[in-house]
Design a protein around this ligand. Structure first.
Ligand SMILES: *Cc1c(COP(=O)(O)O)cnc(C)c1O
Length: 399
């Protein structure tokens, strides 16, 4: 079976990539100053991006880093995670969430998601032990996790909250941008995210002491952040060794351009998603629940009756040129053998088998209909028509 080419590119800010990104990159290349802390003609593009990103998230401090995984790691290190501490991670997420916990020398503990496909606040208490240090809610596919009850559980047990906002730059919850709802937030600027430079990430943090630790950690313990290359970190109050997770000037320059596209892009995608839901309101579609629809960044994920139906639905949409997929091949993150068996670069770190049955069921029968930032009204109409046809073509057990 050969599916037709998709009608539109199911990409976000990457689909809007244009001459401005190219000009911004060329300016940095001409300056010969791609290192963020010094150079013959430094343009301070990472500094500028950090300030602009803080303005968008409303969080006082942003630290640009090399990836979303690096951002999560740096956030946990900045918050002082002790070695061997447990971090509660949803069963449905990208493996980067798990890798970051391991890199921060923590132990991931997997928690159930609910019909929002984000952390089920009702199933957190049962996982808390004396080794639990933090909770990592994941704002999956442009919709925030239900942060209010999650924060309440964290408060009750004295836990840290590190938001994995890799898939949710510009998304809001309760009127506030994600990244500022927990103790720290982490964003990714990899190819598929809301803004992209191919790679990149950012930590958002309010507490200046935590900011200082994050900034040092991503820069070899503060080689250049604290001394600007002069006294090589000698001014540090409480020095510690770190890593090199630095963002380059090229990345900062491109991201500043992409950031200007973010707000209007998310509004357009949210409106498309709303339109599709309205146009299919007569069908018994079970959309995933969005804890804050008004703050979401445009997502069309639904839950079918079974794995088989989900597969049929994806095939039917794809046959009409509408991009669709089941997230993470319909599997919990611990389906990965290394995760399941606790194999880290330093040996086996856990052997408690994870089992989140509700999450396994939900992710397996989910379908995400791809939206694209350059979709035309004609593409949206075609999506609605294909959606109706695919839904009505399901076995009568549907809904
Ligand atoms: C993309 C992603 C990450 C990792 O980001 P990278 O920039 O690829 O390292 C982490 N968590 C989630 C939920 C993601 O989608």
């Amino acid at each position: 079976m050969t599916a037709p080419e998709p009608r539109y590119e199911p990409a976000r800010a990457l689909a809007l990539w244009g001459e401005e990104e190219i000009a911004a990159a060329v300016e940095v290349l001409r300056s010969r100053s791609l290192f963020r802390y010094y150079g013959p003609d430094l343009r301070h593009r990472v500094d500028a991006f950090e300030a602009e990103f803080s303005a968008v998230t409303g969080v006082p401090h942003t630290v640009g880093v090399s990836s979303g995984t690096a951002a999560l790691t740096a956030a946990m290190v900045g918050l002082g995670i002790p070695e061997g501490a447990e971090v509660i991670v949803p069963a449905v997420t990208f493996i980067g969430s798990v890798n970051a916990v391991v890199q921060a020398r923590g132990i991931p503990v997997f928690a159930e998601v609910d019909d929002s496909l984000t952390l089920d606040p009702e199933r957190l208490d049962e996982l808390v032990t004396e080794r639990t240090w933090g909770i990592m809610p994941v704002h999956l596919a442009n919709a925030a996790a239900d942060m209010r009850p999650i924060a309440e559980v964290a408060r009750r047990h004295g836990l840290r909250v590190v938001e994995d906002a890799a898939q949710a730059a510009g998304v809001h919850y309760g009127g506030r941008p994600v990244g500022g709802l927990g103790d720290a937030g982490a964003f990714s600027f990899q190819l598929e995210k809301n803004l992209t430079a191919g790679e990149g990430g950012a930590v958002t943090v309010g507490d200046p002491a935590v900011y200082d630790r994050v900034a040092r950690f991503q820069d070899q313990g503060g080689q250049f952040t604290t001394g600007r290359g002069g006294d090589r970190g000698a001014s540090a109050e409480a020095p510690f060794l770190g890593a090199n997770l630095r963002m380059t000037e090229l990345t900062g320059a491109v991201l500043s351009v992409q950031l200007r596209r973010l707000g209007p892009m998310l509004e357009r995608l949210r409106n498309i998603a709303r339109h599709v839901r309205r146009e299919t309101a007569d069908l018994p579609v079970r959309w995933r629940r969005l804890p804050d629809e008004a703050g979401s960044g445009g997502d069309l994920t639904l839950l079918l009756a079974s794995r088989l139906e989900a597969r049929q639905f994806v095939a039917a949409l794809t046959a009409e040129g509408i991009p669709a997929h089941t997230m993470y091949q319909g599997q919990a993150v611990y389906a990965n053998r290394a995760v399941r068996e606790g194999r880290t670069p330093w040996g086996v770190a856990w052997d408690r088998p994870a089992r989140c049955r509700a999450s396994e069921g939900l992710i397996g029968r989910s379908v995400t209909v791809g939206l694209g930032a350059t979709m035309t009204d004609g593409d949206v109409d075609a999506l609605v028509a294909a959606f109706r046809k695919a839904y009505e073509g399901l076995a009568p057990a549907a809904g």
